[in-house]
Design a binder for this molecule. Structure first.
Ligand code: SAM
Length: 214
């Protein structure tokens, strides 16, 4: 959904970088990657909050994880991916763009990867995998998040269907949209987090973990 304001912001910035050439690759090969302005916002949050360790659920070709790592050489990203073609492409990209030291790729289903990533705490978690599972990922990985850390979930508007579910005809899509909607409501109710929803691109939820008293 591109409105005029969004297009205007896209037009006034060049967004031309070596990494961004992968955006055309993704479009050509129909790989879903994060929208440009959502990425810009997350990169700005990374500059502000300076996370040392980032966990990403849903790597695809490594586009967002390389962008995160590119903010500062001391950032370490752990990213999880289950699709073998994506894994091959991501590995190639990490090597070609010089991110082998900064990014570790966990191959497998993120619902079963907890043991592979729980060797550290994360200051930021980015949830960008199967949209019907976002709440499961959140519940599974939230205890690996440091106090004051943030969990960012992409696609919480799901193509505009979440706010307008009656226009959805397909039963499967409707099921998925219902899950995203339920997740958003659940997020609001989490006492340990304060969530901010951003009406940009496909919708971002930025959830900050409260500091515990002990
Ligand atoms: N974050 C990437 C970016 O912006 O460059 C895009 C990720 S793409 C939207 C979602 C990816 O999550 C797909 O490559 C898909 O194979 C992967 N995925 C979906 N469900 C998953 C799961 N349960 N475990 C691991 N990967 C999963």
């Amino acid at each position: 959904m591109h409105d005029k304001n969004l297009q205007y912001f896209l037009d006034i910035q060049s967004h031309q970088s070596e990494l961004n050439s992968l955006r055309s690759f993704a479009e050509e090969h129909q790989v879903p990657i994060i929208d440009q302005l959502s990425l810009d916002l997350i990169l700005q949050l990374i500059r502000i909050k300076k996370p040392m360790n980032i966990l990403e659920i849903g790597c695809a070709i490594g586009y967002s994880s390389m962008h995160f790592a590119s903010v500062c050489p001391s950032i370490h990203v752990t990213t999880i991916e289950r699709n073998t073609e994506m894994i091959t492409e991501a590995k190639r990209n990490f090597t070609n763009y010089g991110f082998d030291e900064q990014i570790r790729l966990i191959e497998g289903d993120a619902l079963q990867a907890y043991e592979a990533v729980n060797d550290r705490q994360y200051d930021m978690i980015f949830i960008d995998a199967a949209k019907a599972q976002s709440q499961k990922f959140f519940e599974l990985y939230q205890d690996l998040l440091t106090d004051g850390g943030m969990i960012i979930t992409d696609n919480v508007l799901y193509h505009g269907f979440v706010a307008d579910i009656d226009i959805v005809r397909s039963r499967n899509v409707k099921q998925m949209v219902k899950k995203v909607k339920k997740f958003n409501q659940w997020l609001v109710e989490q006492k340990a987090f304060t969530t901010n929803f951003v009406n940009m691109d496909d919708g971002l939820a930025i959830s900050i973990k409260e500091y515990s008293n002990d």
